[in-house]
Ligand binder design. Structure first.
Ligand SMILES: Cc1cc2nc3c(=O)[nH]c(=O)nc-3n(C[C@H](O)[C@H](O)[C@H](O)COP(=O)(O)OP(=O)(O)OC[C@H]3O[C@@H](n4cnc5c(N)ncnc54)[C@H](O)[C@@H]3O)c2cc1C
Length: 660
């Protein structure tokens, strides 16, 4: 028996989730990384969550992943975000302690059964018979082979990493970490198309040299809730911290414009393409020249340190210019810089050469996840990591793949975007990328994904018990609200309580679809007309309160708050949810129509040359994915369905055994 079934290369945010999911699914797993003390390192900001990124982190958690749990234990600050908009964009943004987060992850990884951590450098991947068979690893000066049935590459910014600070270049993956080269050569030989991407980070400044009186205080919100569905609330080690907001000034912009030529990015020194949605401060003053200031957030990085991250000021300017520019920002006039920002450029692999499970189309058993696929962000990496880890574990035992569709999750949106449209610059998740975002909310990721986590053996018993209790309580409350009615006979009471009369007999749940009728109002009305709402602790509880008018959110039952929130949202958005669900189901139908990777589009009459070229290059694995390839028309899809039906080729794709 092989010592390992799955090998994970790397222990950053993708590697951690991949290694833990494979091991938690019972596979003998090795995680090989360059430096065990850098497992879970956060090389850039200290934040987990925020618009769309928070949704991804919650989905990783809902499946049984680790990022949300570790964040709740190591956070220093948390706020709700998107609260001014509808429920589709609301989530939380936490800051974690950059010392404690990695230490927590290292403990979890060390204690994980079925998982062996190896400190070493993977030089290349070995294949035989058209499949992955081993990784060649250098430990100290010793080179050896470690066999496995599946390998997941999660090498982040390490492939050919080159750091830039002004004109200064350093061969490194990031500050404090060596770059690697062997794997780029392996990928190139395999036929993977590599490109150069770049990302940047900001200077760090000293807390005690900030004049916070000149800035706006952003306090933590104790009631923001937890990131993990396992917790009622976060468990910070100390009282949560604030952060501060300031803005660049015209003097900042003048100075940056004058010194633009010193920036590695603008001097043409960096060939890598930078993230459009995470621009450097140089990018901002050039691309948004009409704006006379940009927001800057000052975020404490660790409990016991003075290091402050200057969010919004990533740069590849020389250190002295960075300091001069910082000191033109209100509140930073006398600031001391602890270390300059810098940019890193690195090799990324074209995700169009991957299937929706992140397996390489060129080598079965080889998976890629994280920044190597052209994304940017801890959460994007973690999301890919858990999907690749799950599917590598399934591949290793010849089981069917687990595909996340666009209608099921932000994970599905990200994976489909990557493998269908590819990336022009580092991809970061945005709520606007999800066409079904009202279905894919922060609050219901567990309802969408925990059953899948359970089915594949990734969800722990206590997670399943907590989830099952919540589902059972939602169901009971819904049954009670749908089986108690208000009728025109109650007109007087309705009027007395300020409700518009009802024309015919409707359930309390129907009544709640009115914008002005909250769950508390519906319960108050039920109380007044003598309805006994038995059978649901989450409703009955309100009747025990002397004043049933206000649905008392009992602080000691966070679950009750979640149950009530689900019911309110289901009622208030019922119409929209049904429309989005129908559209998602339509997509899912097309996504169930498999196309074998070996399918020959040339054999199809009636397709334009351009369509044949695109589909032959991208090799979509389903009709749904083919329909989303830019430039493919509905008429092409109709032809494709007809042709595939004729050849009865909708065989489900089972790992290990390729669909003929
Ligand atoms: C300078 C910088 C700025 C950034 N700016 C932002 C930003 O502004 N916003 C944002 O959202 N994200 C930013 N990030 C990106 C963020 O850090 C990454 O998206 C995230 O860490 C990617 O996670 P990952 O798991 O893909 O890779 P990483 O976290 O980079 O982890 C890669 C892992 O692979 C291991 N490894 C690599 N090669 C080998 C090998 N041959 N053998 C064994 N192990 C190997 C490394 O040891 C490491 O553990 C930045 C990163 C850097 C370095």
């Amino acid at each position: 028996m092989k010592e390992f079934e799955v090998i994970i290369v790397g222990a950053g945010h993708a590697g951690i989730e991949a290694a833990l999911s494979s091991a938690r699914m019972g596979r003998r797993t090795a995680c090989i990384t360059l430096n065990l003390d850098r497992i879970g390192h956060l090389p850039c900001n200290c934040s987990i969550g925020g618009p769309a990124k928070g949704h991804l982190a919650r989905e990783v958690d809902a499946l049984g992943g680790q990022m949300g749990v570790t964040t709740d234990h190591t956070l220093t600050h948390i706020r709700k975000v998107g609260t001014g908009k509808g429920p589709a964009v609301q989530t939380v943004r936490a800051h974690v302690c950059k010392r404690e987060y990695p230490l927590f992850m290292q403990r979890v990884m060390r204690d994980q059964p079925n998982l062996k951590l190896i400190e070493g450098s993977v030089e290349t991947i070995l294949a035989s018979g058209g499949k992955v068979v081993a990784a060649q690893v250098k430990v100290g000066n010793e080179i050896s082979e470690i066999k496995a049935d599946a390998v997941v590459l999660t090498t982040g910014t390490f492939l050919n990493g080159l750091c830039h600070e002004g004109q200064k270049k350093t061969v490194a993956a990031r500050q404090g970490d060596q770059a690697v080269f062997g794997l780029s050569a392996f990928l190139k030989d395999l036929g993977v198309s590599l490109r150069r991407f770049k990302t940047g980070t900001t200077p760090r400044i000293k807390l005690s040299t900030i004049n916070t009186a000149q800035t706006e205080l952003l306090a933590s919100e104790e009631d923001a809730g937890a990131l993990s569905f396992l917790h009622d609330r976060p468990m910070p080690r100390k009282p949560l911290l604030s952060c501060w907001q300031t803005r660049t000034s015209s003097a900042t912009h003048e100075l940056l414009k004058e010194r633009l030529h010193e920036s590695a990015m603008y001097s043409g020194q960096i060939e890598g393409v930078g993230p459009r949605y995470c621009p450097s401060i140089e990018d901002k003053i050039v691309r948004f020249a009409e704006k006379n200031s940009h927001p800057i957030f000052l975020e404490i990085e660790e409990w016991e340190s003075e290091s402050v991250y200057v969010q919004g000021f990533s740069t590849s300017l020389p250190a002295e210019t960075q300091l001069l520019a910082l000191q033109t920002i209100p509140g930073l006039e006398n600031v001391e810089m602890l270390r300059p920002g810098y940019a890193v450029e690195y090799d990324m692999a074209d995700p169009l050469q991957l299937t929706p499970t992140l397996m390489s189309k060129l080598l079965p058993g080889l998976f890629l996840a994280g920044q190597i696929n052209g994304t940017s962000g801890y959460e994007e990496a973690a999301g890919q990591g858990i999907v690749a880890g799950i599917n590598a574990a399934r591949f290793a035992r010849g089981e069917t793949e687990v595909v996340f569709t666009r209608g099921s999750s932000f994970l599905g949106v990200m994976l489909d975007d990557l493998v269908t449209k590819g990336v022009e610059d580092p991809y970061r998740m945005l709520t606007a990328r999800a066409e079904h975002r009202l279905l894919l909310r922060h609050d219901n990721a567990d309802r969408r994904l925990t059953p899948t986590g359970r089915e594949i053996g990734l969800c722990s018993e206590d997670r399943w018990a907590r989830f099952s209790e919540k589902m059972e309580r939602i169901e009971r409350a819904m049954n009670v609200l749908e089986s108690n009615f208000v009728s025109p006979a109650h007109e007087q009471v309705l009027q007395r309580l300020g409700f518009t009369p009802v024309k015919n007999r409707i359930s309390l749940f129907e009544l709640m679809k009115r914008p002005e009728v909250s769950l508390a109002e519906a319960v108050r009305l039920a109380d007044a007309i003598g309805l006994r709402l038995h059978g649901s602790p989450d409703l009955k509880g309100t009747l025990q309160h002397s004043n049933a008018a206000a649905l008392q959110h009992s602080a000691d039952d966070a679950l009750q708050n979640h149950v009530q929130e689900q019911i309110e949202l289901a009622a208030k958005y019922d119409g929209y949810l049904q429309i989005q669900q129908r559209s998602a189901d339509q997509t899912k139908k097309l996504d169930a129509m498999r196309i074998p990777l070996s399918f020959d589009y040339q054999a199809m009459k009636g397709l334009s040359y351009e369509t044949i070229e695109k589909l032959s290059r991208i090799k979509p694995t389903t009709v749904g994915q083919a329909s989303r390839v830019p430039g493919v028309r509905p008429s092409d899809i109709a032809l494709l369905i007809g042709f595939l039906r004729g050849s009865r080729r909708f065989a489900p794709y089972t790992f290990g055994k390729r669909a003929s």
